[in-house]
Design a protein around this ligand. Structure first.
Ligand SMILES: [Ca+2]
Ligand SMILES: [Ca+2]
Ligand SMILES: [Ca+2]
Ligand SMILES: [Ca+2]
Length: 316
């Protein structure tokens, strides 16, 4: 998301009063217009009507369309503009979409498993001072690793996009029996010293000792550094192009300051998720993070420049 502004004069009416715009722009997805009340401009400005002018500016600024905030509750509808295609709700959301279907013998990538192991869509966005992540999958979070079943993996973060996953956001399976499923605290953020890996050495080629190291599955060892807001859903239908399929959603957010204190330099990074078998992997790479000026700071700057305009007008 970016903040921008440009000047382009036009007249508009608000509350039966005529305004001339002097600044329009965007803060993230929110459009705003600042304007000067024509009636007030024609009078000699006093401190009293300057206050009225300031109030009018703020009211205008806040009249734009606000982006709905993300609520971490396991319902990802606010992330989506289209539930059939999984298209994200706005350009600030980075998305990887790979919705497959079929029975357990259906190939995904790099392994098999069809809808029951399908990683379908992974999303990431930054709002305010938090990184939000959402996942849609056909894999039941409550499926435990046992025999030929494999439980859910954790969310792995690779700063530098160099294949070394520094941080993990942990999912702890309440039905877990294996050490991978039972590791740590649900929603805990860990600085990871060791990952588990899946079954695949190359697409369709199984291995027990040469896993693909850029497909980490679950946290094996690490230090807990924070807690994410973390939620996951029960089975849902009505999404994707395969109408009979069931889906499960994960949603979480972590503090940006915590990420920077733990190795993030603000450049683009990868977020990865898969199951403990790594039958289907998914990766999303949020852009470099550019902090936005706070909206009130921007309005403050606008009012300050208005004061400057008034002084110049008075001097002339
Ligand atoms: Ca939600
Ligand atoms: Ca699917
Ligand atoms: Ca998939
Ligand atoms: Ca790295």
């Amino acid at each position: 998301m970016t903040a921008g502004r440009k000047s382009c004069r036009f007249l508009f009416v608000l509350n039966n009063q005529l305004f001339v715009s002097f600044l329009t722009g965007r803060i993230g997805e929110r459009k705003y217009t600042l304007g000067i009340n024509i009636a007030l401009m024609r009078r000699e400005a006093t401190m009293k009507n300057l206050k009225t002018l300031t109030a009018a500016l703020i009211a205008l600024g806040l009249s734009g369309h606000a982006t709905a905030g993300i609520v971490v509750d396991g319902n990802i509808d606010e992330w989506l503009s289209n539930k059939t295609t999984w298209a994200p709700a706005n350009a600030g959301i980075h998305a990887a979409i790979d919705d497959q279907t079929g029975g357990l013998n259906t190939y995904l990538s790099p392994g098999y498993g069809g809808q029951a192991y399908d990683a379908e869509a992974l999303y990431a966005t930054i709002q305010g001072d938090r990184l939000f992540i959402a996942l849609a999958t056909g894999h039941n979070p409550l499926l435990a690793t046992s025999g030929n079943n494999y439980g859910a993996g954790d969310f792995a973060i690779d700063f530098g996009k160099n294949g070394s996953y520094e941080l993990g956001i942990n999912f702890r399976n309440p039905n877990g029996v294996s050490t991978a499923d039972k590791f740590g605290v649900n929603g805990g953020v860990y600085r990871v010293s060791e990952w588990y890996y899946g079954l695949w050495q190359a697409p369709g080629v199984q291995t027990s000792n040469k896993p693909v190291l850029n497909n980490p599955t679950s946290i094996k060892a690490g230090d807990k550094i924070a807690d994410a807001d973390f939620a996951y859903s029960t089975a849902k239908t009505g999404y994707g192009s395969h109408l009979g399929d069931t889906h499960y959603f994960y949603e979480m957010s972590v503090d940006i300051g915590m990420l920077t204190r733990n190795g993030w330099d603000g450049s683009a990074f990868n977020i990865h998720w898969t199951e403990n078998c790594a039958n289907d992997t998914i990766l999303v790479d949020p852009d470099r993070y550019v902090p936005e000026p706070g909206s009130m700071a921007l309005f403050g700057a606008a009012i300050f420049s208005l004061l400057g305009m008034r002084r110049r007008a008075k001097a002339g």
